[in-house]
Design a protein around this ligand. Structure first.
Ligand code: DAH
Length: 338
């Protein structure tokens, strides 16, 4: 019996060491340690042994089983290590990784975000309205008469339905005031559309930012203070801001706002940056009619509004000479802002 066990052990060790892959190693394990394996069968022979022989043979069997098991474990580890080595053969793990391109926000998005951030800190909430608008919300409700040039078919994209692509975000003023009660303090960034000839300063789709503040006793001083603070936080606290009388149908009085631009190598010059004014009482009156109540009666509230081109803000901020660069998505241009 002793010899038989020793033979099994040495056969097993030979088979294990000869195993070249996991499959033949497993075959060897089954052949010697499996249910019908040689060592298992030999162990069953213990039954027929005398009392004195049993512990001796039992000991031998244990030694053999342990030797075979650890040989299998070792071989298994060696095979795995070899497979690992093979899988990285020819790969230089010390090579530095290829750089991942880093994305960045579009300049328009950056200007828009920082404008929103400043205005929200001043208490303005974000509002939205549709880009496909009714003539009513885009013009009539904003006190803009039938013969106003902005309503001309040559200037505006009309649909057969009579709706149009909004020519300004001012329509969101009306959309908002139809739904809420004063006080109203909103900003509405969004696209606006005009049938402009496309050139270095005009596109047929551009971005605006609208603002509206309506409450008891809102005054021109509030408008000036708010917009001065806003523009100085966008362009630097020493930025000079000028309010120049102008006309818009939906505000009275109305102004255009200029800031003084100090471009390198150029004489400082005033450039127009926004339109604004005190909400025209006619707008409130029309609103009372639509709503069927008087919470926006011009006897009860006053307000100011403003609107500016975000594309223009970006062009001024970075000295961009051609507005078309902002929609061409040329990475050579865009990566300067990332
Ligand atoms: N909607 C005007 C435009 O597109 C800009 C504007 C002017 C907006 C005065 C206003 C405002 O809210 O009060 O040219």
């Amino acid at each position: 019996m002793k010899q038989e066990i020793e033979k099994i052990q040495s056969d097993a060790l030979a088979a294990i060491s000869a195993a070249g892959d996991e499959k033949s190693l497993d075959d060897a394990r089954v052949a010697f340690l499996g249910k019908k394996g040689q060592l298992t069968v030999a162990s069953a022979g213990m039954r027929d042994l005398s009392k004195e022989d049993k512990p001796v043979v039992g000991q031998l069997l244990n030694v053999a089983r342990q030797a075979i098991t650890s040989a299998i474990d070792e071989k298994q580890a060696a095979l795995e290590a070899e497979a690992d080595k093979k899988s990285v053969a020819g790969i230089d793990l010390t090579l530095p990784a290829r750089g991942l391109p880093v994305g960045g926000l579009h300049p328009i998005t950056q200007v828009k975000d920082s404008a929103i951030q400043t205005l929200r800190r001043m208490g303005f909430a974000l509002a939205e309205g549709p880009e496909i608008e009714t003539e009513f919300h885009c013009f009539d409700a904003l006190n803009t008469p039938e013969d106003h040039p902005a309503r001309n078919e040559k200037d505006t994209f009309y649909f057969d339905s009579g709706k149009l692509l909004r020519t300004h975000t001012s329509s969101v003023q009306i959309r908002t005031m139809e739904k809420v009660t004063p006080p109203v303090r909103i900003i509405a960034p969004g696209s606006a559309y005009r049938r402009d000839e496309i050139d270095a300063t005009h596109l047929s789709v551009f971005n605006q930012l609208e603002g509206l503040y309506v409450d008891k006793d809102v005054q021109l001083g509030d408008l000036k203070g708010t917009l001065e603070f806003f523009l100085q936080s966008m362009f630097g606290k020493d930025t000079e801001v000028r309010f120049r009388p102008h006309f818009f149908p939906f505000t009275e009085p109305s102004f255009e706002i200029d800031i003084k631009l100090h471009a390198k190598g150029q004489k400082p010059k005033w450039i127009e940056i926004a339109g604004c004014g005190m909400v025209d009482p006619a707008v409130f009156e029309s609103l009372c009619e639509t709503r069927g109540d008087d919470v926006f009666s011009p006897d009860k509230v006053t307000g100011f509004a403003f609107g500016m081109g975000i594309d223009r803000l970006a062009m001024i901020k970075w000295g961009i000479k051609d507005i078309r660069l902002l929609i061409e998505n040329d990475v050579r241009f865009l990566k300067q802002f990332a």
